[in-house]
Design a protein around this ligand. Structure first.
Ligand SMILES: Cc1cc2nc3c(=O)[nH]c(=O)nc-3n(C[C@H](O)[C@H](O)[C@H](O)COP(=O)(O)OP(=O)(O)OC[C@H]3O[C@@H](n4cnc5c(N)ncnc54)[C@H](O)[C@@H]3O)c2cc1C
Ligand SMILES: NC(=O)c1ccc[n+]([C@@H]2O[C@H](COP(=O)([O-])OP(=O)(O)OC[C@H]3O[C@@H](n4cnc5c(N)ncnc54)[C@H](O)[C@@H]3O)[C@@H](O)[C@H]2O)c1
Ligand code: SF4
Ligand code: FES
Length: 808
């Protein structure tokens, strides 16, 4: 007769342990698994991706129902084990099932910590822990607008990103002045906040919640400083606590977690514990990598194989928010006996830090560029002495020496060392997949072993293992799709849209076999742009695919208010317009009126529901200060007043702005016109810069004055104003037709090459064709504010929902 193994908790740690045990001793036990949730075992990590729209529920199942059957495992879902009878070696559930055991694993995970605030039991106050929470958020976002996430840790920020993708307005309330203070130091935390603010997240830092407002359903949150914030949904993400209730009630020793020794044995005979519920050497872990390591040790123990026991883990984390690269590992704060090396590039948005103690790297924080994360993490774990090579460790071989390359590092790794922490995949397992299953790319490895399929942080290391086994030439390079939903690149998608006459995003996704039927936050706005560019007449703007600024035709600010920037062609205004702006600013109590870098007047701090009324009162065109469109044409005074001016730069600027306003472009476009080569309008750092010279104009392209500073390249010299407009039109249309969505001209010029652009625009007949196409698009553009003011259904988006106080 086989021995009976019972697992309580159908989650990531427990099932992984059983999986590994089955590999070692497939026939040793009759296995029964109990799980409170009604699902087969799934990857909890990927709930963040489901919420963000980057994966769906089917994608996150680790072992489906058939896996249990194939392995002859009896699975009881929707059953919570409430009692362990140590005397009779029996477990019983709330559903009345009792099962005997010879060996018992408790893997009950954690419970989200819910702040015991008055009103925390109201409808709309939830945690983010399981499929049910995720579904609640998705449903809530269909009906309500405003969400608060309490907790600016990993979970809170991933929840906030997901809710933004679901078109909610999101404020993150954090008790500490710095986000993710458990993983990041202050410089990295500040860079993270800035990046997330630019994505539309709003932060209320150093805020202590006092009570939850509302009758049956939540309407807001009050803080101890007396201030309040409105909310239709509150997600608490303030940490977790090991779920020890069952163990405690059954007389098993618990501290914060269920106390286990190096062999994961609890105080009760034949009862073990792994996962977030277990406490080993005083630590209860909250990340999967250590839990898989625990599972591997227990699997060996149960299979009767030799093991030196679990020795504890060093952990690393990576925030799963698209567009943000943050990595943290080991001990990252400074102490009297540590030294640190830091590199900060504020222009490129990169920060790197390593912490050293006694010649060894003990911790690291990376922001912006996390490609060295796996290498540094391996170094921390191997406790390699790097004395004399400290700078190379942080800066790579470029730092002037012989830091180990990724491949050398892989060579020095033991076979059972874990490469992918999220999925517990070792170097040996990846090498085996390469040698025995013919895997030759990171994607192949993902399909075969799941490595790199969760947070993606291990991708560089998986790539290094591939190079180590196959050599650089043997690794298949897989082209990157425009997002994770497809392997098709930008050009293939645009070509298919043209060739197959696809006119809606849904059609593109269906016909081109998107692996996520709804698309994701990356592809939806991109497809909306490509479709509008290819089919200006047929494609209907898909408003829901737009980011919040473009949906509301205003720029969302750090505090959730908006800014209003009326159009002022060429930076020129009139007393009458100034008067109107001043009156509106007074009427709507605008807290700040400021000149922008593009010579416009910015009314900041406007409430969302005031936007349509303000625009109606202003009766001026929108300045598009938020859109992927022509923003501003900056001008100097030129020959009108300046002693040096050779041409009328103001009129040229006004003509350009009037001609191309409201044109959708892959990314924002800024222009400038200077009246002489002294270049007072800074034409040499604009996407399209015009500089007057004797007898004509110079046209400059591909400049950028933002984070990635780039001076323009000279495109050509022309003689007349008409030629400036013609070349500008042809250039803009060529950029529209060949640029990737979100790619500024500075990046585009470098990618496609100035010579290619020159060649495409050189011949008059080619320019004429491009101009014809841009004219068609321009003839179809509409003033968004006129539309919103006139159309009830659009206006409604700005009106507070009945019963809801004004939206901020
Ligand atoms: C949204 C989200 C994103 C995350 N992202 C990451 C990440 O990127 N990287 C990372 O390393 N970690 C991440 N984590 C943490 C990670 O998911 C957990 O560390 C891991 O799931 C813990 O595994 P576990 O098996 O210990 O617990 P769980 O996965 O919670 O499994 C425990 C299971 O036991 C069941 N159960 C509890 N009590 C009983 C009982 N008495 N009877 C029967 N069943 C019971 C529970 O219902 C649950 O299904 C994330 C967590 C969340 C919520
Ligand atoms: N990418 C990842 O690795 C990832 C993603 C999600 C979750 N997780 C794991 O899931 C678990 C839960 O995540 P978490 O972020 O909730 O836990 P956490 O403990 O890492 O962070 C909780 C945050 O909430 C803040 N906080 C505490 N009380 C607060 C209050 N009253 N008001 C406002 N803020 C408050 C804390 O300062 C802390 O930064 C953790 O173990 C985490 O490691 C990991
Ligand atoms: S760029 Fe030349 S014309 Fe224009 S303001 Fe400067 S000096 Fe005068
Ligand atoms: S470490 Fe997260 S997917 Fe591999």
């Amino acid at each position: 007769m086989k021995k009976k193994l019972v697992l309580v908790g159908n989650g990531m740690a427990g099932v992984s342990c059983v999986e590994q045990m089955l590999k070692l001793a497939p026939n040793r036990y009759d296995i029964t698994i109990f799980g409170s949730e009604p699902h087969p075992n799934y990857n909890r990590i990927l709930l963040s991706s489901v919420l963000a729209g980057d994966a769906d529920m089917q994608d996150i199942v680790i072992n489906d129902w058939s896996w249990y059957e194939e392995n002859h495992i009896t699975l009881h879902t929707g059953q919570t084990v409430t009692r362990i009878d140590q005397q009779n070696k029996l477990v019983s559930t709330d559903g009345g099932i009792s099962v005997p055991y010879d060996e018992l694993i408790i893997a009950t995970g954690s419970l989200p910590f819910m702040l015991p605030l008055p009103g925390a039991d109201k409808e709309g106050v939830i945690a983010f822990r399981d499929i049910k929470d995720c579904e609640t958020m998705i449903e809530t976002a269909k009906k309500y607008r405003k969400a608060i996430v309490i907790g600016g840790g990993l979970l809170g920020l991933e929840a906030a990103r997901g809710l933004l993708n679901l078109n909610m307005e999101v404020s993150v309330v954090h008790i500490n002045p710095y986000l993710m203070e458990r993983q990041l130091d202050e410089p990295a935390s500040i860079m993270l906040r800035k990046e997330l603010e630019s994505q539309g997240m709003r932060f209320l830092l150093s805020k202590n919640s006092e009570s939850i407002l509302g009758k049956k359903r939540v309407t807001g949150l009050r803080f101890t400083d007396g201030s309040e914030e409105q909310a239709d949904l509150i997600v608490m993400a303030v940490g977790i606590k090991p779920n020890v209730a069952l163990a405690k009630a059954s007389g098993i020793e618990v501290n914060r977690g269920i106390v286990v020794n190096d062999y994961l044995e609890t105080s009760a005979p034949n009862v073990y514990s792994v996962g977030e519920c277990a406490e080993h050497r005083g630590i209860a872990y909250g990340l999967v990598a250590p839990l898989y390591e625990q599972g591997a040790v227990l699997a060996k123990r149960l299979a009767g194989a030799e093991t030196k026991g679990y020795q504890g883990s060093v952990t690393s984390t990576k925030l799963k928010v698209s567009g943000v690269n943050v990595f943290s590992a080991g001990m990252f704060t400074d102490a009297p006996d540590t030294r640190a090396i830091r590199v900060q590039d504020e222009i490129g948005g990169v920060y790197k830090k390593i912490v050293l103690r006694g010649g060894k790297v003990i911790g690291s924080v990376l922001f912006g560029d996390t490609s060295d994360g796996s290498r540094l993490f391996a170094m921390i774990r191997s406790e390699e002495d790097v004395t004399g090579r400290e700078k190379e460790v942080l800066l790579g071989a470029g730092g002037g020496g012989s830091a180990k390359s990724g491949v050398e590092l892989v060579a020095s790794m033991a076979d059972d060392e874990i490469v992918c922490g999220c999925n517990g995949v070792s170097k040996g397992a990846i090498v085996q997949a390469i040698n025995e299953k013919g895997c030759a790319s990171v994607n192949d490895i993902k399909a075969c072993t799941k490595a790199s399929g969760s947070c993606g942080g291990c991708k560089p290391l998986v790539a290094d293992v591939l190079t180590y086994v196959l050599g650089a030439d043997g690794v298949k390079t897989v082209k990157e799709g425009i997002c994770g939903c497809t392997t098709l690149g930008r050009d293939e998608v645009v070509e298919s849209i043209k060739a197959m006459h696809l006119t809606t995003s849904k059609e593109v996704m269906n016909v081109l076999g998107w692996n996520n039927a709804e698309g994701c936050s990356k592809c939806r706005p991109a497809l909306n742009y490509y479709l509008g560019m290819v089919w200006p007449e047929e494609h209907e703007e898909e408003r829901e695919s737009r980011f919040v600024n473009e949906r509301n035709h205003a720029n969302i600010q750090k505090d959730g208010t908006y800014s209003v920037v009326p159009r002022m062609y060429g930076g020129v205004t009139t007393p009458a317009d100034l008067k109107k702006i001043a009156e509106v600013a007074v009427k709507y109590d605008v807290p700040l009126v400021k000149m922008t870098g593009g010579q416009r007047i910015d009314l900041l701090g406007v409430k969302k529901e005031d936007l349509p009324k303000m625009w109606a009162d202003l009766d001026m065109p929108s300045g598009y200060a938020y859109g992927k469109a022509l923003r501003t044409v900056k001008t100097c005074v030129g020959s009108t007043f300046c002693r040096f001016g050779t041409q009328d730069s103001i009129q040229m600027g006004i003509d350009l702005e009037k001609k191309f306003e409201r044109l959708n472009t892959p990314a924002k476009v800024k222009m400038a016109v200077s009246g002489c080569p002294r270049n007072c309008a800074e034409s040499n750092i604009k996407d399209f810069g015009v500089v007057a010279i004797d007898g004509g104009w110079e046209l400059h392209v591909g400049g950028n004055g933002g984070t990635k500073l780039r001076a323009t390249d000279l495109l050509c010299k022309v003689k007349t104003e008409e030629e400036v407009l013609e070349w500008a039109g042809a250039y803009l249309q060529y950029y529209r037709e060949t640029g990737k969505y979100n790619e500024r001209t500075s990046e585009w010029v470098e990618r496609v090459g100035l010579d290619t652009i020159k060649a495409a625009l050189e011949k008059q007949e080619d320019r004429a064709e491009l101009v014809e196409r841009i004219e068609k698009t321009l003839s179809l553009t509409k003033d968004p504010w006129k539309e919103i003011i006139e159309k009830q259904e659009l206006n409604r988006n700005f009106v507070p929902i009945a019963g809801e106080p004004a939206v901020r």
